[in-house]
Design a protein around this ligand. Structure first.
Ligand code: SAM
Length: 208
C-alpha cells in the first residue's frame, strides 16, 4: 500500500466512525475488511453482463471491488440512506455506477428508474437487527421481487439471527462465515429459484 493509499484508508475509517456516532443505522465502527470483500466477490460471476444492487454500501468497500471486477456493460446500483456516504460514493467516476440516496425498500422503483428489469445479485449488509420487523421483511421481500429467476441475495451480518429474516422469503439458503472481520461475519447466499417460484411469503409479495 502506498503512503497516499494508507492516508486515504485512515481518513475513510475516521469518517466511518464519525458516521457511526451520528447515524444509528450505520451500526458498525469500521467498514468491512478486505477479507470479507474478497469472500463476497468470489460468489459473484463477473464473466457475463450482470446487474448488482448493493444495499447500504457505506464508504463503498464492496462497490469499488465490484467495479474492478465487472465487465464494461455491467451495472452497479447503490442504495444508501446516509448523506455523507452518498456524497463520497458520488465522487466515484464510473459510467457503470448509479448512486441513490434512498431506502433499500424502494429497490424495485430504483431498478425501473435505471432502466433495468431485474437484478442478478442483491448484496446487503443492512443492520437488520436495528430495523422494525415489518420494515426488514418488506426490504427482503422487495429484494426477492427485484431478482431475476436464478438470482441471488447475498447478506453479510454480525448476527446469525438475520437468517430468520431471510428464511420466509427464500427457500434455498447457503451459509458461510468470514472470521477475519471485526466482528466476524455470517454470510447467507439466498437463491431465487430458476422458475421464479419462491416461498409462500415471496409469492404473496409478488401478487401485491
Ligand atoms: C453496517 S454498515 C455497512 C457498510 C458497508 N456495506 C460495509 O460493509 O463497510 C450499514 C450501512 O447501511 C446503511 N443503511 C441503513 N439503513 C438503510 C436503508 N434502509 N437503506 C439503505 N441503506 C441503509 C447505513 O447508512 C450504512 O452505510
Amino acid at each position: 500500500m502506498t503512503k497516499v493509499e494508507k492516508n486515504n484508508n485512515i481518513k475513510t475509517r475516521i469518517n466511518f466512525l464519525k458516521n457511526f456516532f451520528n447515524d444509528v443505522k450505520v451500526a458498525s465502527l469500521t467498514p468491512s475488511s478486505g477479507f470479507s470483500v474478497k469472500r463476497i466477490g468470489k460468489k459473484i460471476d463477473f464473466s457475463r453482463r450482470i446487474v448488482i444492487v448493493e444495499f447500504g454500501p457505506g464508504s463503498g468497500v464492496y462497490s469499488k471491488h465490484f467495479l474492478e471486477k465487472m465487465g464494461p456493460d455491467s451495472h452497479l446500483i447503490l442504495i444508501e440512506t446516509n448523506k455523507d456516504f452518498v456524497d463520497q460514493l458520488r465522487k466515484i467516476q464510473d459510467e457503470r455506477l448509479s448512486v441513490f440516496q434512498d431506502s433499500a425498500e424502494n429497490v424495485q422503483n430504483i431498478l425501473e428508474q435505471c432502466g433495468e428489469t431485474y437484478a442478478d445479485y442483491v448484496i446487503t449488509g443492512l443492520p437488520f437487527s436495528y430495523f422494525a420487523r415489518e420494515e426488514k421483511h418488506a426490504i427482503v421481500q422487495n429484494a426477492y421481487n427485484s431478482l431475476r429467476p436464478g438470482g441471488m441475495l447475498l447478506s453479510y451480518q454480525f448476527n446469525y439471527g438475520v437468517k430468520e429474516t431471510i428464511e420466509p422469503h427464500f427457500d434455498n439458503i447457503k451459509k458461510d462465515f468470514e472470521p477475519l472481520n471485526l466482528p466476524p461475519l455470517f454470510i447467507f447466499e439466498a437463491y431465487k429459484s430458476s422458475n421464479g417460484e419462491g416461498t409462500a411469503a415471496s409469492n404473496n409479495g409478488r401478487s401485491k
